[in-house]
Ligand binder design. Structure first.
Ligand SMILES: [Fe+2]
Length: 421
């Protein structure tokens, strides 16, 4: 009887595929070898001192290990599984939209507000993020929407408060593969630490070791390259808040480039060509194709408008990045490749639309926060520091709206009445 044999073979094949997939979760890098998932006990002693102090102060229990990687059984192996995560519209409130345009509550409480460059980046001095009320949080969301990235030095910020801030600005992203900070269990909450706390760990020393990447001055390996976070999501990242609690005295800067300004760099004819077009965006992490697992690592793919309208400012922004924009929909592959290469370079080569930030606080024992909007920017973590130069941070990302293009929206310079030449 042939059908049962076929089913049996099929089951056997499925089992083999699952076994293969379970050998190790597929990460961002092909070179990874043995990976132990779950809490990382052997990394506990390497946690930098300022980080340990911050975690102890705020009751973060590291006794099970640090950081926490989701358990292998909880990590999706197949690209269709990963695609299904948050794959339908969920509520989102654009906090900056109803804020006071003059931001009196936020600016009134600050000692100083310094624009770091003309087109991107503002530093707020003399304000603790943990003290902000809702009105100030709305105004900060507006400021981030206008200035792309906003910095706060000398912060005493608990991971819990960082998460709370992120939850105010949108649904916090919980990553199926990435290392995270364990949070004290709330009453009635299950013991399932693999779900992810929503506080990702940014710790290059750990990443390099964990994924088996050898840092090399010639080949890189610790710089991130220009990219935008989580563009493959159904509702991609809005505000990201990175708080660095351990910062090298020299090096480890981060640069940001403005998507509004990148759009304004294009000629009106080219802007018109791109307005309304869509592109294909891919995930940073890889998974297996269930039907053809031997194809190797596959990325999640999703289409979004290549020019986005920001819901708060109403300004148009160029939404591409070298790492995760695969192609422009409707163009021949060669056309798409050439045009995308040019658009990547607009972000990367125009230093007048970039800001480079050194994270060093002015007071010892404090951390520094950068809060940026992924809808209107790319960023680049500069890896000019050695293993002995400790650097560690915690990151919370708030997911935003389903991306859209409003053809009646204006470019930033157009809206601000600046010269379009
Ligand atoms: Fe990033």
């Amino acid at each position: 009887m042939s059908p049962p044999v076929a089913i049996e073979q099929n089951e056997e094949l499925q089992e083999t595929i699952l076994k293969l997939a379970n050998l190790k979760p597929l990460g961002q890098f092909r070179s990874q070898t043995q990976i132990e998932t779950g809490p990382q006990i052997e990394w506990l002693e390497k946690v930098p001192e300022p980080t340990r102090k911050r975690f102890e102060k705020y009751g973060i229990d590291l006794s099970k290990g640090y950081p926490i990687i989701p358990e292998n059984k909880d990590i999706p192996k197949f690209v269709d599984e990963a695609f299904e995560i948050r794959n339908s519209e969920y509520p989102y409130i654009e906090r900056g939209k109803n804020a006071d345009p003059e931001k009196k509550a936020l600016f009134g409480a600050a000692k100083e507000v310094i624009d770091l460059t003309k087109h991107i980046g503002t530093e707020i001095v003399g304000l603790q993020l943990s003290d902000l009320d809702d009105k100030q949080k709305d105004e900060l969301a507006l400021l981030v929407a206008e200035r792309v990235v906003v910095f706060f030095r000398d912060q005493d910020l608990s991971p819990q408060k960082q998460l709370e801030l992120g939850e105010y600005w949108g649904q916090v992203e919980r990553h199926p593969q990435a290392p995270h900070v364990p949070l004290p269990k709330k009453e009635g909450e299950s013991d399932d630490i693999a779900k992810g706390s929503g506080i990702s760990v940014i710790w290059r020393h750990f990443f390099n070791d964990f994924y088996g990447i050898k840092p090399s001055f010639k080949k890189g390996g610790i710089s991130s390259g220009w990219h935008t976070d989580l563009v493959h999501e159904f509702q991609p990242a809005g505000i990201t808040h990175l708080h660095n609690d351990t910062i090298p005295a020299t090096g480890g800067d981060t640069a940001w480039s403005s998507g509004y300004a990148a759009y304004d760099k294009l000629s009106p004819a080219f802007q018109k060509f791109l307005d309304g077009k869509k592109a294909v965006y891919i995930s940073a992490h890889a998974y297996l194709d269930r039907e053809n697992p031997l194809q190797g690592p596959q990325r999640i793919e999703r289409e979004h408008p290549i020019i986005r309208t920001h819901p708060t400012t109403g300004w148009k922004s160029l939404f591409v990045n070298r790492a995760m924009t695969k192609s422009i929909v409707g163009l021949e592959p060669e056309e798409s490749k050439l045009i995308l290469e040019y658009l990547f370079q607009v972000f990367e080569k125009n230093l007048d639309i970039q800001v480079r930030f050194h994270w060093q606080p002015t007071k010892e024992g404090f951390g520094t926060s950068a809060i940026w909007d992924n809808r209107i920017s790319q960023h680049f973590a500069i890896g000019d520091y050695e293993v002995e130069d400790l650097r560690h941070g915690t990151r919370v990302t708030s997911l935003a709206e389903v991306p859209y293009f409003d053809e009646s929206s204006k470019s930033q310079r157009e809206a601000l009445g600046l010269s379009l030449d």
